[in-house]
Structure formats: structure tokens, C-alpha cells
Design a protein around this ligand. Structure first.
Ligand code: XIL
Length: 297
């Protein structure tokens, strides 16, 4: 096929992009989005600060616009993200203990219920593990409510939207390392104890290269009985096109790697300002990286 989405679909996968609601009126952007992609992740619009700006008051306008754009065109939606230490509303940042735990789980229930039936995969928890050699949890207000917060979040999300695939999502987890192994051990434990988890997301914010054991790392998660998804792919620096090709081939080589999402459309849409890590240039033209992905698919 001649587009990313159609080619991925022929391989039984999706190919998605992170989308910002305020760009849905940009015709160059929307033309590429509708032509190339069959999955959308809202870049910021489903985060806690966007959806619950004051306690118990939920605002879904921008997220609903993205979901409606996607579903009316047959694209699936990755919900991102129910709980994260970052981009919390100020009122939650100031909370702790039982009050925060209750607010967290109410947030999960309310948001997952609002979008029930419309989300292919939820990133239930984002970035809860620490970098470095320890392999443990990141400190955060969420973590300080008790180590069971992640499993409670997954159970709560499952109850609210039983049809959504439930994903744990993180970065610097691309190769086999202490952080990815900490997550691996958590997923193995969840599967053993019946905590509902369906998927692990590897953000894959890369520069110059991808770890040589990237495919093996995808495979070891898949072997636990969960899907894997490449959820926020962008690649800065040298060898960009070649690395995009390598990442795409690694996903295709793992049968449970069900899709790839790039974190934006044009370089000018990227959160990595000035690094030009995406598949389309500022003018919306296909880059060599695009050709490498399409060839690999
Ligand atoms: C980023 C967005 O792209 C930016 O617009 C925003 O200012 C900050 O968040 N990991 C994630 C994403 O899980 O939600 C982040 O998105 C990028 C890193």
C-alpha cells in the first residue's frame, strides 16, 4: 500500500500519530493525518490537567473533538493518559494520602467512563518507574499513596471500560535495562495475580540509535502474554531514516507488537523543538525517514 496506515493494516497493525486539537483546523496537517494514519493519540487533551481542571469538574471538549475526528474516519484512539506524575492539575499536585488516592481513582473512573467504548487502548499509568540502575518506582505524589496504586488503577479502569486494552507506558525502556526489567517484573506479577493488564507501551523517544536488543525486549514482554505497542516514536540526530526502519522491522518481527505511533506529524509539530525527529518536514513533505518506514512496513 502507499500510506503508513494502509501498509500497517496489511500487516495486521495500526500506524498512528499524536494529534493536537488546536491543529485540526490546519489543512496541511489534517490532509496528512487523514491520508497516512489510522490511529490517533491525543497529545495533551486527555491528561489530568486538561480533563479535570478543578476537583470533580470534567472538561472533555478538546478530547471529544479528537475522538470524533478519529472515529468518523475509522481511526482508532489511544487514550493517553489516566494517571501520570506530570501535567496534573494544581489541586491534585497539592494532595496526598487517602484524599489523593480517592481523587486519583475517581479520575480514572470518570474519564474512562466518559470515553467508554471509544478507546482502543488506554495508557492507564504513564512513567511510574525511575531511571537509573535501581529498577524501582519513581517517587511521586501518586506513588506516596501506596505501592498498590498502579494495580488499583488498572482494576478501576477495567471496571469503567471493559472493552479497552489497558497499557502501562514508559520511556528509556527500549532495551533490556534496569528500568525495563523493573516494569517486566511488575507485569509478570500482575499476570500471575490476575491484575488486568493487556499491553506495555514503549515510548521510544530516541536519538541516533536504537538499542541492539530492542526487538528482544519487545519479545520478552510479549512472552508474558501482553501486547506491546510503540507509543511515542520520534528519532532525533544521525541515522534517522535507518533507525526508523530498524524500529519498524522490530515491531513487525514480534507478532504481539500491534502498532506504532509517532509523536507528531511534521517536525514543526514535535515537542522536541529544533530536533526534527518526525516523518514529515515543516512543509508537510515526506522525509527519508518516511520512506524508510513505508519500505519496512
Ligand atoms: C508532551 C507533549 O508532546 C507536549 O506538548 C507537552 O508540553 C508535554 O508532554 N512522554 C509522554 C507524553 O508520555 O505525554 C509527553 O508529551 C512526551 C513525553
Amino acid at each position: 500500500a502507499t500510506t503508513l496506515g494502509a501498509s500497517a493494516a496489511e500487516r495486521g497493525r495500526y500506524f498512528g500519530a499524536a494529534v493536537a486539537a488546536n491543529k485540526l483546523s490546519d489543512s496541511t496537517y489534517v490532509t496528512i493525518l487523514n491520508r497516512e494514519f489510522n490511529s490517533i493519540t491525543p497529545e495533551n487533551e486527555m491528561k489530568w490537567d486538561a480533563t479535570e481542571p478543578s476537583p470533580g469538574t470534567f472538561t472533555y471538549g478538546n478530547a471529544d473533538r479528537i475522538v470524533s475526528h478519529a472515529r468518523s474516519r475509522g481511526m482508532s484512539v489511544r487514550g493517553h493518559t489516566l494517571l501520570w506524575h506530570s501535567q496534573q492539575p494544581g489541586w491534585a499536585q497539592g494532595m496526598s494520602g487517602t484524599a489523593l488516592r480517592n481523587a486519583m481513582m475517581n479520575h480514572v473512573t470518570q474519564v474512562a467512563t466518559h470515553f467508554r467504548g471509544q478507546i482502543h487502548t488506554w495508557d492507564v499509568v504513564n512513567e511510574a518507574f525511575a531511571d537509573g540502575s535501581g529498577g524501582g518506582r519513581r517517587d511521586s505524589n501518586l506513588q506516596r499513596t501506596g505501592n498498590d496504586w498502579i494495580e488499583v488503577a488498572f482494576r478501576t479502569a477495567r471496571a469503567a471500560d471493559p472493552g479497552a486494552r489497558l497499557c502501562y507506558n514508559d520511556y528509556n525502556t527500549d532495551g533490556v535495562n534496569a528500568k525495563s526489567t523493573g516494569i517486566y517484573n511488575m507485569v509478570r506479577d500482575f499476570k500471575a495475580r490476575g491484575v488486568p493488564i493487556d499491553c506495555v507501551g514503549l515510548q521510544s523517544h530516541l536519538t541516533n540509535s536504537v538499542p541492539g536488543d530492542y526487538q528482544a525486549n519487545l519479545q520478552r514482554f510479549a512472552d508474558l502474554g501482553v501486547d506491546v505497542q510503540i507509543t511515542e516514536l520520534d528519532i532525533a540526530g544521525a541515522n534517522q531514516a535507518a533507525v526508523y526502519g530498524t524500529v519498524t522491522r522490530a515491531c513487525l518481527a514480534v507478532s504481539r507488537c500491534t502498532g506504532i505511533t509517532v509523536w507528531g506529524i511534521r517536525d514543526s509539530d514535535s515537542w522536541r523543538t529544533g530536533q526534527n525527529p518526525l516523518l514529515f518536514d515543516n512543509g508537510g513533505n515526506k522525509k527519508a525517514a518516511y520512506d524508510a518506514v513505508l519500505t519496512a512496513l
